[in-house]
Design a binder for this molecule. Sequence first.
Ligand code: URA
Length: 241
Amino acid sequence: MSGFQRLDKVLANMGYGSRKDVKKMIKSGAVEVEDIVVLDPEMKIDPEVQSVKVNGRKVDYKKYIYLMLNKPKGVITATEDRRLRTVLDLIDEEYLRFIPSPVGRLDKDTEGLLLLTNDGMLNHNLTSPRKHVDKEYYAEILGKVGIKDIEAFNEGVVLDDGYKTMPAELKILEAAPVSKVIVKIKEGKFHQVKRMFEAVDKKVIYLKRLSMGNLKLDEGLRPGEYRELTNQEVEDLKSLI
Ligand code: URA
């Protein structure tokens, strides 16, 4: 969605109706580009540079969309699936138009912060294994978590496939038969947190992502709810990479 595009396409993408509706609207004289009425739906414009008005009101053009979802259990981190509900099934059409993708993935049974965006560069940078963006999780663990586990995580643990993880921070909130902990990791290996606890003979029974880099889950969002990131949150994320 950048550079010169057809006027009807820009307006359809911004939610002013189907291409057909928009063409009709343009031909009726309702649309101005740089304060001049345009009757040609195929006119090429640069919406980032040129001002567009519909019925005298300025169109607030956006190229990128950034959404923070509190992912609920039971939906998969994918853009489509023939059988299972995906995180995109939770997003309204007004945002789907931007074709957002999940940034990284959470397991089907994991809850919490999932960023969705069509900003491919930011997505790539946040998930690049070379960038080591921190991911923080709240977890409930079957088994009493103790100092030995903190030390093991600090060292990095060896996963079932022989891979030794980078050092991770483990904070115990409650040590009990079902322990409550906060884990901070710098990587995003498949099922990483669950496999790290398996490596110390324990089992994750609940997992929720709290933050990614400097972006924190808005606790006002109930599972399944989402909101756009503020400009400040987008800037903060971009400053990370
Ligand atoms: N680690 C996991 O095991 N699962 C997730 O969903 C995220 C991190």
